[in-house]
Design a protein around this ligand. Structure first.
Ligand SMILES: N[C@@H](CCC(=O)N[C@@H](CS)C(=O)NCC(=O)O)C(=O)O
Length: 206
């Protein structure tokens, strides 16, 4: 059994999507970020960074509970534990990791920056915020162009890369819709949203 501590943000949801898609047994624990539950001593004992998501695998290798933070690390852990969603072919695996890193360090970073500029930083600066919106859209444009070349998923088969990207795509759909186009990205989004594991992971607190 895996205990997953999360809030319904892109970072939290992608961990839940990965555990659900990998078919691992998990139970969710809601962390209310607005109430500061991520800064309680109990939570900081799990992750001193005070950030969700965190998972505790009660049945880890070695027979002892294993605690892990960072949504990307949780996705890769779930893939390794289940033996799923990491292509066996070495070149496909490298391609999957390339898109995984694009989603983690380009898409998620730009989306997180927009969130902080819009919601957290006290001084608002529209020009800077717009810069990051365009930057985020440019990363989605790369995904769209790749998917346009006959790829159903980022690495041809469903992989860790798709789980990394999907919650940010979902969270930023209004921005992408307003920009127009992105036909192939939207087709991929519809394909992802039809997957039972994605549906379960994206709705962790029914
Ligand atoms: N790189 C981390 C980012 C985690 C993160 O930023 N979590 C946010 C919520 S989306 C958080 O817990 N924020 C609480 C805070 O900063 O107080 C990951 O991918 O897990």
């Amino acid at each position: 059994m895996i205990d997953l501590y999360l809030a319904p943000t892109a970072n939290g949801l992608r961990a839940a999507v990965a555990l659900a898609e990998c078919g691992l047994e998990y139970r969710v624990h809601k962390v209310d970020l607005a109430k500061g539950e991520q800064r309680t001593p109990q939570f900081l004992a799990l992750n001193p960074a005070g950030q969700i998501p965190v998972m505790v695998d009660q049945d880890a290798v070695g027979g002892k509970p294993f605690t892990l933070a960072q949504s990307g690390a949780i996705i890769l852990y779930a893939a390794e534990k289940s033996g799923k969603f990491m292509p066996k072919d070495p070149l496909q695996r490298a391609a999957a990791l390339c898109w995984f890193m694009q989603a983690a360090t380009d898409v998620a970073a730009a989306s997180g920056t927009i969130f902080r500029l819009e919601m957290v930083v006290p001084e608002k600066n529209e020009a800077i915020t717009e810069h990051f919106r365009k930057r985020l859209l440019s990363f989605f444009t790369l995904c769209d162009a790749h998917l346009a070349q006959g790829h159903e998923y980022l690495a041809d088969e469903p992989s860790v890369a798709d789980f990394m990207l999907y919650p940010n795509y979902f969270a930023r759909k209004a921005l992408i819709d307003a920009a127009g186009g992105y036909e192939h990205l939207h087709r991929w989004g519809a394909r992802m949203s039809a997957r039972p594991g994605v549906q379960k992971g994206m709705n962790p607190f029914p």
